[in-house]
Design a protein around this ligand. Structure first.
Ligand code: PBE
Length: 303
């Protein structure tokens, strides 16, 4: 058996071996741009990726516009609203950088410390409102439903309440029912001068964005209480707009304007009736955890 004469020699050999491994380890990790501390650059840590949502979402398209406007070496990766919030949750749990396409109102701002990146070139537009859009003919054929949809109008606090509870795992239909029961004054304004009907069918289309899941279920509950047989159909953004233009659905409460769904509205302008805002004070943009040291989309050009 090979023996060392004394323990100091043994320690020296062990230290040498450890240091050799450390250097080999560093060498193999160092596969590209590094900052002055020898760490991967922020761009590399991000994989030059912006985590988008569905391809039809206005915010995904706006992120692609931002890549052009700011001349960024980033890719917008499409996924879904749920995949985006999961990626955000995972990054925050691991204290890692991430850039997502975000919007408010949204429960993520109540749950995590986040910030919008400044957008001096205006790729994401400014303040948004969410409009209700009806199919042509709804007013004549279903005047009571039309009146309720036209009078539907709530605020970011109400929407956030519903979204947060759904995010915490409560059933969306139950949350909508509770909200309607607890906000009868507001609901009474929406149903003012509308008569109850007896099982008339009504179809609302929506996309699986947290905001739209909340609003569509709330107005659906109100319509149900007014005697309608309500069907809520979840589709992608393009088909949602197409369905209200073709009359396959009676209405949507998910039109983000003036910028986010501008393209959709201009495509279908003559085939739909715009009933105006059901919520004011919305916004879209690039969102990052507050611990990230960037503040503007312009900063991404230097990464
Ligand atoms: N959103 C939520 C949608 C509108 C509602 C911002 C994700 C969009 O980008 O089209």
């Amino acid at each position: 058996m090979f023996m060392f004469k004394n323990k100091w020699k043994l320690l020296g050999v062990v230290m040498c071996i450890l240091m050799a491994f450390t250097f080999v380890g560093c060498g193999s990790d160092n596969n590209g741009d590094t900052n002055e501390n020898g760490e991967a650059s922020l761009g590399e840590q991000l994989g030059y990726k912006i985590t988008g949502i569905d391809a039809g979402a206005g915010v995904t398209q706006a992120a692609e516009r931002a890549v052009e406007d700011y001349d960024l070496d980033f890719n917008v990766q499409t996924s879904s609203g749920a995949a985006m919030t999961q990626a955000l949750t995972d990054a925050i749990a691991n204290n890692k950088p991430i850039i997502v396409t975000g919007w408010s109102p949204h429960w993520k701002f109540a749950k995590y410390d986040l910030k919008y990146l400044a957008d001096p070139k205006g790729s994401f537009g400014g303040e948004e409102h969410i409009n209700t859009i009806a199919r042509l003919g709804l007013k004549e054929e279903m005047p009571n439903a039309h009146k309720i949809l036209d009078q539907f109008n709530w605020d970011t606090t109400g929407m956030e309440d519903v979204m947060l509870k759904v995010n915490e795992g409560e059933d969306v239909e139950e949350v909508a029912r509770q909200w309607v029961d607890n906000n009868q004054d507001k609901v009474n304004e929406w149903i003012q001068d509308a008569k109850k009907v007896d099982g008339e069918p009504i179809r609302l289309a929506y996309v699986a964005w947290d905001t739209e899941i909340a609003s569509t279920n709330v107005i659906g509950t109100v319509l149900e209480d007014m005697g309608y047989d309500v069907t809520l159909t979840q589709v992608e953004a393009g088909p949602m707009w197409a369905s209200v233009a073709s009359g396959d659905s009676d209405a949507i409460v998910a039109a983000w304007l003036p910028a986010t769904h501008e393209k959709y509205l201009s495509d279908y302008q003559d085939q739909v009736e715009d009933l105006g805002p059901n919520l004011e004070g919305a916004k879209i943009g690039l969102v990052v955890p507050a611990y990230m040291e960037i503040d503007s989309i312009e900063d991404l050009a230097d990464l």
